[in-house]
Design a protein around this ligand. Structure first.
Ligand code: FES
Length: 233
């Protein structure tokens, strides 16, 4: 028996302890048995591989460089990422500053109507009457008593609600907390702490009544005695 082991052959476990020798009596090594490949395990049958589709040789074929660039689209290094983040922060800051500057150039202004308005001629107001004609637009009553005309502010001196003129009861009544005022404007019931305010009244050059809501006269300060707080007719 030859000691040479060829490819495709294997060694099986011979009895290494038993002494062996040639017919001539020369000792030999462990017995080597040729093992056919089929005994060492089943060899898997080759799996058929479908042929790869060939790329079309038309104009749609992409070059290797293009495919390489596509795969690199989303590959950013950390340095690139922070550089882009830095630029984004800079442009965001500049954008906010620009918006703030533009808003500064166009400030929000609340345009209110002028506090001065014309209220017609004195002859339009009969003695002993309270006119509510200007309440809706200017929140002012025009009251005539005898030969005096004065303008009462329609703002309750408690918390600022708008009282109502109750002609039958001859008083102003606030719907919020029940304060009551005489036609003169003096408070007499409810939580209102003081009388209604009167506003400046005068005559314009054309003889019409001119009322200025920005100038007020308070009863408790003696302001109702001011000649600008009433109009003599
Ligand atoms: S707001 Fe007029 S009584 Fe309170």
């Amino acid at each position: 028996m030859s000691d040479e082991i060829t490819e495709g052959q294997g060694l099986t476990g011979g009895d290494s302890q038993a002494p062996r020798s040639t017919p001539a009596g020369e000792p030999v090594g462990p017995e080597v048995r040729r093992v056919p490949p089929t005994e060492r395990g089943a060899v898997a049958a080759p799996v058929p591989v479908p042929p790869r589709p060939e790329k079309k040789a038309d104009g749609l074929r992409r070059t290797a460089a293009a495919e390489e660039s596509d795969t690199n689209i989303w590959r950013y290094s950390r340095r690139d990422f922070f550089a882009k983040l830095g630029w984004l922060s800079v442009f965001s800051f500049l954008g906010v500053m620009l918006i703030g500057t533009l808003r500064y150039m166009f400030p929000r202004v609340l345009f209110e109507p002028s506090p001065i308005f014309r209220a017609g001629f004195p002859e339009e107001y009969l003695p002993g009457t309270v006119s509510t004609k200007w309440m809706k637009d200017f929140r002012v009553w025009v009251v005539r008593e005898g030969n005096r005309i004065y303008a009462l502010s329609g703002i309750c001196t408690h918390l600022g609600c708008t009282p109502r003129w109750l002609e039958k009861e001859d008083k102003f009544k606030c719907p919020c907390h029940g304060s009551g005022f005489y036609r003169t404007g003096v408070n007499f019931e409810g939580p209102a702490p003081r009388a209604l305010e009167r506003v400046k009244i005068s005559r314009a050059e054309d003889g019409t009544i001119l009322i200025d809501k920005s100038i007020k006269f308070l009863y408790e300060n003696g302001g109702w005695d001011n000649p600008q707080s009433y109009l003599s007719v």
